[in-house]
Structure formats: structure tokens, C-alpha cells
Design a protein around this ligand. Structure first.
Ligand code: GLU
Length: 286
């Protein structure tokens, strides 16, 4: 797989798509960082998209915090909030018409149906397969997937619909995201197929765990990028630490990398499929 990536002529378009419902979690920062490193290393584009279609949980403060902390870490984006781009707007709350149109199209084609004011996708019989650049091929039996809601009765899309419509519209070539989304992927692949569009390459990167092997949370200590920034950690150190958490750049024992060296070394091939433990002492060392 990595060879395909390296030698492919496909212009790499990757994205980070945070939901502005809280602070920038270090695990999400690492996902953003991998996307950014890949785009910068392969001459591709890094797109930032704000997934704020859940208007009850999304806040402006959270959105501003996330942008600020991404910038603190040293990440910039080629398209997205503040910078704009050919696929604007980059806020899902401003793209609701697109989701409704797509849902209606599926209804018109008999691939979705109205159900108590909502619209459900009609899951076809058979199997759904997709390749994952980190985890390898996956196969799911469609009979285990229920006819899922794509548009709620209030006219707002569910995550599955909005993410697929936007990734198609924004011409995303590689979906690099946390592996908590693996179980969502079959539904999204079904939507790509329903829209008769090519499925992007998926790469699900492992989550960060605490010392007790549970998903890293506040119980384990600081989990927001902002807290480390406030405590005086250097962005270069944090970037170096996050990059090497679950990724081996294949440079032997070398651990200290400049931003440019990380960009030059980054490829999906070194990312391990196993979940990584957060090692605070190592972070301090960096
Ligand atoms: N808004 C979703 C999240 O923050 C995006 C997931 C995705 O990258 O598809 O988990």
C-alpha cells in the first residue's frame, strides 16, 4: 500500500474535520498532524473543515480554540476557515442545502426513503469491502447494517451523509482519521457507491491510550493541546512527540526531528495499527 501512495500520481488531498464541541484533544491533534505531514511531504493539499452541523453542541468558542491550537502546533491549511478556497464554505452549517439535495436525489433514485419525517438510506443486500492503508482490507456483511438515517426530520444531515457529501465535493483523495471511525466506514462506502463516486483511500490511525490501556481521557491528566501550551511546552517538542507516537520514520534511533525532517519522512507506511500509550515522561524529554 505505501508504495502505491508514494508512486501514485494522484494529487493528495487530505482533510482534518473537527467537530467544534470542545477543545483540541491531543489525539485529534495527532490525526491533524499526520494529515498535514502527508500533504506537505507529498506536495498535496491540507483542508480544514468544521463539522458544525450539530448546532446544539457546536460553539464558536470551541471552533476558535481549535484553530488557535492547530496554529500553535505549527499547522496551516490550504483551504478552510479564514483562508477560503474553491470548495467554500468550509463549515457544514453553511452547506445544509447540499446535504438535503443529495438526500433527495437518493430518494428520487429509490436508494433512500422518507420515514417519519427523516430520510433513511436503503442498505442493499451483499457485502461492503474497503481497503485501509493501515489496517488492510475489511469486509462487512450488509445484513448487519440497518437502514440508517441520513437526514433528520429537522433537515440536518447525520454525520454519515455530511462527511461523504463533503469529501466528494472537496475531492478528498485520502481519508486519514482516528480508528474509532472504522465501524462507520462501511456505511460511508455504501453512500459513495449510491452516489456512483469513487471511494477515497482510507487510513485509520490508532487512538492514543492512557497508562491503563483505556482511551486517553482527562482521568489520565492533560488531554488538551492548550493545557500543554499554557504549561510552557514548546510546539516543536509537542509536534515531534505526537508524530513519533505510533509512527516510525524508519531512521533508526533518531528521535529528534525538525519540522522539515518530519515532513520529508512522513508516509502512511510507518504507522502501526496498534494503539499507542501516552508517555508523559517522553513528552517531557522532548
Ligand atoms: N467530525 C468527525 C470527528 O471529529 C470527523 C470524522 C472524520 O474524519 O470523518 O470525529
Amino acid at each position: 500500500h505505501p508504495q502505491i501512495l508514494r508512486s501514485s500520481n494522484v494529487f493528495m488531498r487530505v482533510r482534518f474535520a473537527p467537530s467544534p464541541t470542545g477543545y483540541l484533544h491531543v489525539g485529534n491533534a495527532r490525526t491533524a498532524l499526520f494529515n498535514w505531514l502527508l500533504a506537505r511531504g507529498q506536495g498535496g493539499s491540507f483542508i480544514l473543515r468544521i463539522e458544525d452541523s450539530d448546532t446544539e453542541r457546536s460553539t464558536r468558542t470551541s471552533e476558535e480554540t481549535i484553530l488557535r491550537d492547530l496554529r500553535w502546533l505549527g499547522l496551516d491549511w490550504d483551504e478552510g476557515p479564514d483562508v477560503g478556497g474553491p470548495h467554500a464554505p468550509y463549515f457544514q452549517s453553511q452547506r445544509l442545502d447540499k446535504y438535503r439535495d443529495h438526500a433527495q436525489r437518493l430518494v428520487a433514485e429509490g436508494k433512500a426513503y422518507a420515514d417519519e419525517g427523516a430520510i433513511r438510506f436503503k442498505v442493499p443486500a451483499g457485502q461492503t469491502r474497503f481497503d485501509d492503508l493501515v489496517h488492510g482490507p475489511g469486509k462487512f456483511e450488509n445484513e448487519h447494517i440497518e437502514n440508517f438515517v441520513i437526514l433528520r426530520s429537522d433537515g440536518h444531515p447525520t454525520y454519515h451523509l455530511s462527511v461523504v457529501v463533503d469529501d466528494i465535493d472537496m475531492e478528498i483523495s485520502h481519508v486519514v482519521r482516528g480508528d474509532d471511525h472504522i465501524s462507520n466506514t462501511p456505511k460511508q462506502v455504501l453512500l459513495y457507491e449510491a452516489f456512483a463516486r469513487a471511494v477515497p483511500q482510507f487510513a485509520h490511525v490508532p487512538l492514543i491510550l492512557g497508562p491503563d490501556k483505556k482511551r486517553l481521557s482527562k482521568r489520565h491528566g492533560a488531554t488538551s493541546v492548550m493545557e500543554y501550551a499554557n504549561r510552557g511546552y514548546l510546539p516543536e517538542a509537542m509536534m515531534n512527540f505526537l508524530a513519533l507516537l505510533g509512527w516510525s520514520p524508519g531512521a533508526g534511533d533518531k528521535e529528534l526531528f525538525t519540522r522539515e525532517e518530519l515532513v520529508a519522512a512522513c508516509a502512511l507506511e510507518g504507522i502501526s495499527g496498534g494503539n499507542e500509550g501516552w508517555k508523559q515522561a517522553k513528552h517531557d524529554w522532548f
